[in-house]
Design a protein around this ligand. Structure first.
Ligand code: TNX
Length: 536
């Protein structure tokens, strides 16, 4: 244990180095890369942090005797400790080192994790410093610490993410990083209705999206082809309405225990689950399960095709609202986040005047559960409760843009999911083996090269809550296909959500993206090796 005694000189040396860096920002930032060859370990982070400076000659190496120290308030100690445990659990697998976690004692720990940073860092912000003596991640909350540890994972060699023991060295290039997100809403949506995905598969998707600092997991839980969440007061929704999926293969649904497991796993990855019950269209699975929900009292058959816009709840019937009251109550109980998504898209079989009647009534049933209303952009046609969120899915068309402005004009926030950029189910090019192309072909550059705050003309920047990358699964029936469509595009949308507008640059991003390839190989991600990216 003698190695624990560190010369205090090192601390002041580190302080001097920081001071020197701060005093010479022009030299530090304008030296041409060519004149100063970058070390092989130069970290390529996605999303790009707000600021990052190299500390040359200050590489840190994780050693078999390294110790992880955690500092936090008593109130946050469990959550902070959990972040440390997640990091060390993975690093123990790949390095084989014991990596004990202890309460932080200054000068003892090699990896220092603290939630005692200043509140000015914000809930998700963090500072990270790597020098010869230690790695420190400092945040004001456990969530900020988690984001910082996510960065640390990317700073480590890719093989640190391996499931089995690898050989070192476990070197991290010296650096200082200060970071916080541009937007509070950074989501991914998974359609588990068209094709059902098991709890294990959803967890894998969570593992992958959380690497890029997303904080919302929107689950599209009901549609024409299947109802996927248990509602005790309407059991046939899942027993019958969830029995199939597209092409007639067996579907499935989440029991309350299953859903709780997803919510917990998402929360452990600092992702809030946003449950979507799509209404009044996209409801064939419910209409098939309960004849009384239909205007004519006749239940349609289950549907396993891929058309949209043919089903509608019966807006004039009282049972429609007692049904939704029960559904939103039980869904609210299962999803602790503050938002419920009520769909509202493509209600082509709902007369327009009915749509205008329906949405405010459905929205009131959501707010009755003390949840904020989220819905696809069409809901902006109707008056929305305070705190609502409209999800833009336009393709630069005037009508969608108008809906986004209408949402903002009534005080709602807008989440940007432009179908011709952020839809991960669009084909990359015309040789992509699955996916759709109704919104166009979306190559890696197209998915990245846009600005969420200026996409819709005359939409106030303050109305933009963030971004979301949806993946619809009409043509995607397994995890390999999901991964192929999401990677490498999803990290680009994640960067749009996190990084400052001034940091967005396709040429530089493309290079950082190429460096993710080795990590995805280690994680066995079935990513599309887009030919325009230099994978390594
Ligand atoms: C449109 S965009 C839909 C979904 C489909 C998707 C396929 C939107 C809100 N609805 O019902 O699955 O296109 O790309």
């Amino acid at each position: 244990m003698t190695r624990l005694a560190r010369p205090s000189r090192r601390v002041s040396l580190a302080g001097l180095l920081t001071a020197a860096l701060l005093a010479t920002p022009l030299i530090a930032t304008t030296t041409p890369a060519a004149a100063q060859p970058q070390a092989a370990s130069t970290p390529a982070l996605i999303p790009k942090p707000v600021s990052q400076q190299a500390l040359d000659g200050q590489d840190f190496t994780l050693k078999p005797w390294s110790i992880v120290g955690v500092a936090s308030s008593a109130k946050e100690s469990r959550a902070a400790r959990k972040v440390a445990d997640q990091l060390t659990a993975q690093l123990r697998r790949s390095t084989g080192y014991p990596l004990p976690v202890i309460p932080l004692v200054p000068g003892v720990a090699d990896v220092k994790l603290s939630t005692n940073g200043p509140a000015s860092l914000g809930a998700e912000g963090y500072q990270l410093r790597v020098d010869r003596s230690a790695v420190s991640v400092t945040a004001a909350t456990p969530e900020g610490l988690y984001r910082g540890v996510t960065t640390l994972r990317q700073l480590l060699p890719a093989k640190a993410d391996a499931a089995r023991r690898q050989t070192g060295p476990w070197r991290v290039a010296g650096t200082t990083i200060a970071d916080s997100p541009r937007y509070g809403y950074r989501g991914a949506m998974l359609d588990v209705s068209r094709h059902f995905f098991s709890v294990t598969e959803v967890k894998r998707y969570i593992d992958l999206i959380s690497l890029y600092k997303l904080n919302k997991l929107h689950l599209h839980l009901s549609d024409d082809q299947g109802w996927r969440i248990q509602v005790d007061s309407w059991p046939r929704l899942t027993t019958y309405g969830g029995s199939l999926e597209v092409n007639g293969t067996p579907g499935g649904s989440y029991t309350k225990a299953d859903f709780a497991e997803i919510v917990r796993y998402a929360a452990d990855h600092y992702l809030t689950v946003i449950p979507e019950i799509d209404t009044p269209g996209h409801t064939n699975a419910a209409l098939a399960s309960y004849a009384d929900l239909n205007c004519d009292g006749v239940a349609p058959p289950l549907y396993t095709g891929t058309d949209v816009g043919f089903s509608s709840l019966c807006v004039g019937k009282d049972i429609t609202y007692s049904f939704l009251d029960d559904v939103f109550r039980e869904v609210a109980q299962q999803a602790p986040g503050d938002v419920i998504h009520l769909g509202g898209d493509e209600a082509h079989s709902t007369p327009h005047s009915d749509y205008l009647t329906f949405v405010p009534k459905a929205a009131a049933l959501v707010t009755k559960q003390h949840k904020r209303v989220m819905g696809w952009q069409e809901i902006a046609e109707t008056p929305l409760p305070a705190g609502s969120i409209a999800q833009y899915w336009g393709t630069d068309d005037a009508r969608s843009q108008e809906l986004a402005r209408k949402a903002a004009a009534q005080g709602a926030q807008v989440v940007m999911s432009p179908a011709n950029r952020a839809y991960l189910d669009m084909k990359y090019d015309d040789s992509t083996p699955y996916g759709q192309d109704w919104a166009g072909l979306v190559d890696v550059k197209t998915a990245y090269d846009w600005n969420p705050s200026t996409l819709v003309p005359d939409l106030p920047e303050s109305a933009v809550a963030g971004v979301e990358a949806p993946i619809w699964t009409e043509t995607l029936d397994d995890l390999d296909k999901l991964e192929y469509m999401a990677f490498p595009r999803l990290p680009g949308v994640a960067e749009l959500g996190w990084s400052q507008a001034s940091a967005l640059d396709w040429t530089a991003y493309k290079d950082r993206l190429g460096a993710q390839g080795s990590r995805w190989d280690i994680l066995s991600v079935n990513f599309y090796r887009a030919p325009e990216i230099n994978w390594r």
